[in-house]
Design a protein around this ligand. Structure first.
Ligand SMILES: [Fe+2]
Length: 228
């Protein structure tokens, strides 16, 4: 049964030290909301206790569902029920810096820190509910919106920029390109997002900067309204 899915501890442990070492190296370039979530869920502590994580998230109106990889429509169908899908598969050690597919590390360290914020839970569910009601063409645009906000968004604080998106944080290759400014970084603009591509390997063409995390959610909501 789906509910019996667990993460293979041995596979998880094989990547743990090198993955968290890379995160530690780059942590000053990650937004404060992420740090808050990591601490609230005790994500840097071993062993990871999924049940405790679920308890903390539930106090903020969130929920997760461990699952094996599924197609996009099935993925959003789970989220539309108010449960953020968390993949149980674990990247192999040779892909620690950049996984070729979404995995437990991506979901746990990229998205889970934000599950302690009611607004994230609310907006992501709203997005998934909308997904079920729109055309194939609209889904292509919605996907870009999700990708350039929740996966690869960057937030400004003062004159500094910080990684916010889960895809950006859990791909050390992408994070280094951001830190070293080895990728185009521009102010958020919906038309530019919708014109930007997503590479076959799931890499962004550029990164978009938001005024704050609250601004990411506001722009995401505005974008959803625009696309449909
Ligand atoms: Fe993701």
């Amino acid at each position: 049964m789906q509910e019996d899915i667990t993460v293979n501890e041995r596979e998880f442990d094989r990547v743990w030290s090198s993955f968290t070492a890379l995160l530690h190296e780059s942590q000053d370039y990650i937004c404060s909301e992420w740090h808050h979530g990591v601490e609230a869920l005790r994500l840097m502590e071993r062993p990871i206790e999924i049940e405790k994580i679920k308890d903390v998230i539930s106090t903020q109106g969130g929920a997760i569902k461990l699952t094996y990889p599924v197609g996009l429509d099935a993925w959003f169908a789970i989220l539309a029920q108010g449960k953020f899908p968390v993949y149980a598969n674990v990247r192999p050690p040779e892909h620690v810096a950049q996984s070729d597919m979404t995995d437990f590390y991506h979901d746990l360290f990229g998205h889970a820190p934000y599950f302690v914020f009611p607004k994230f839970n609310q907006v992501s569910k709203q997005f998934a509910v909308l997904w079920a009601t729109v055309t194939k063409e609209q889904r292509e645009l919605l996907l870009k919106l999700w990708f350039y906000t929740l996966e690869f968004g960057v937030v400004a604080r003062g004159d500094k920029l910080y990684a916010f998106g889960g895809g950006l944080i859990t791909s050390n290759v992408a994070l280094k390109r951001f830190i070293n400014k080895n990728i185009e970084i521009m102010e958020y603009d919906l038309a530019s997002v919708l014109e930007s591509g997503i590479s076959a390997a799931g890499e962004p063409e550029r990164l978009f900067v938001f005024e704050s995390v609250a601004d990411v959610y506001a722009k995401l909501t505005e974008g959803m309204r625009h696309v449909v």
